[in-house]
Write a protein that binds this ligand. Sequence first.
Ligand SMILES: Cc1cc2nc3c(=O)[nH]c(=O)nc-3n(C[C@H](O)[C@H](O)[C@H](O)COP(=O)(O)OP(=O)(O)OC[C@H]3O[C@@H](n4cnc5c(N)ncnc54)[C@H](O)[C@@H]3O)c2cc1C
Length: 402
Amino acid sequence: MPMTKSSAIVAGGGIGGLATALGLANKGCRVTVLEQADRFGEIGAGIQIGPNAFHAMDYLGIGDAGRAKAVYIDALIMMDGMSGEQIFRGPLDEPFRREFGNPYAVIHRADLHGVFLDACRAHPAITLVNKERVVGFENTASGAKVRTAAGNTYEADAVIGADGVRSMVREQITGGDPIRYSGHVAYRAVLQLDQMPEDLRWNAATLWAGPKCHMVHYPLQGWRTFNLVATFVTDDKNVGSNEPGTREEVLGRFGNIVPKARKLLEVPTEWRRWVLADRDPIPNWVDGRVALLGDAAHPTYQYFAQGACMAMEDAVCLADKFERFGGDFGPAFQAYQQERIPRAYRVVYGSRELGRIYHADGVERLVRNAWLKSKTPEEFYAGVRWLYGGNGLVGAGQKAAA
Ligand SMILES: Cc1cc2nc3c(=O)[nH]c(=O)nc-3n(C[C@H](O)[C@H](O)[C@H](O)COP(=O)(O)OP(=O)(O)OC[C@H]3O[C@@H](n4cnc5c(N)ncnc54)[C@H](O)[C@@H]3O)c2cc1C
């Protein structure tokens, strides 16, 4: 490993922050990760990851560890929740994997985060610190420093704000651009296999689309559990994040869905709910030796299932620029944001559109169904090539070439 004299502070120990630490440390940078929570971890729910995320993990040296924890689904399926008919099936079998050089998979968040955490813990150049909430940053003559709520100061050559959608680092860079609330709420639950209705135990990421609502289910953890997410338009203005939700609210919003799908929503005895929010894209993520990454830079609705994948791609891009510019964060940050802004914001804008497509009603629904039903696997591949293929991303095809 080439050791440089560079150092960096990463604010936030989510998937984006840990991926960044790993990427920079692999290039010889000493990295300190400051996480506000008592422990490094993730919520108990599932996540979908595209081949582009596995390309990023391969680049970071943890592709095999990630693939070992994943469930390999056969297809992405979309059902019309009102009629119960299948309107789209995107195959994810061997031809898909060959086409994109890596699989599409689903994985428990704690398992995915754990793969990054194990690699960071084992890396001699990474220091992980809990209970440190970053409250402000400052550029210095030789780099940048942060202050924490506990009254500590950490100084390095650069600071990366990977502190999520409510990023403090972003707030200081932009002067406080508003969060954009979608008016949608996501309810999440994880079911044991025996709680999952037998006629819905599909090896697919299945989306049931209804008017102003949709739900998604897929298997997790070697098929021991199933992930369930029910998303709908809400009038409730006070939805927070990771708070208890009520069964009645979910069932009330899915009244128009066919019984086969609706019965699944009756199973969970406990729901947690999240307000869905993004922010309008901004043309600059950098202030001197401080830069944004992951949700802090480009928070997005989950409809493309790409927020975490984009954070991993950011980390790969940043590590690559760091190396190319000989450890000089000034030009590395500029090159990083130039490359990442168009791609990450394509996902943000696209996700907003997908939300509309998933929740279509009336004529819009008929148009959607006819359009999606006509898609061949080749057209499906062509439509997602820019995303899953990596679009020139460093790391894409590394495994295929290995
Ligand atoms: C319902 C739902 C479903 C989703 N499904 C998918 C999917 O299938 N596929 C996908 O790729 N993405 C998905 N996403 C998006 C994905 O979860 C996020 O994009 C991803 O977790 C962002 O990672 P991050 O590290 O940038 O931010 P976060 O995961 O938010 O991590 C930020 C970290 O920073 C810490 N922090 C915050 N502020 C401070 C501070 N001031 N100081 C120190 N630490 C701080 C936090 O405690 C946290 O640990 C989904 C999102 C939602 C809501």
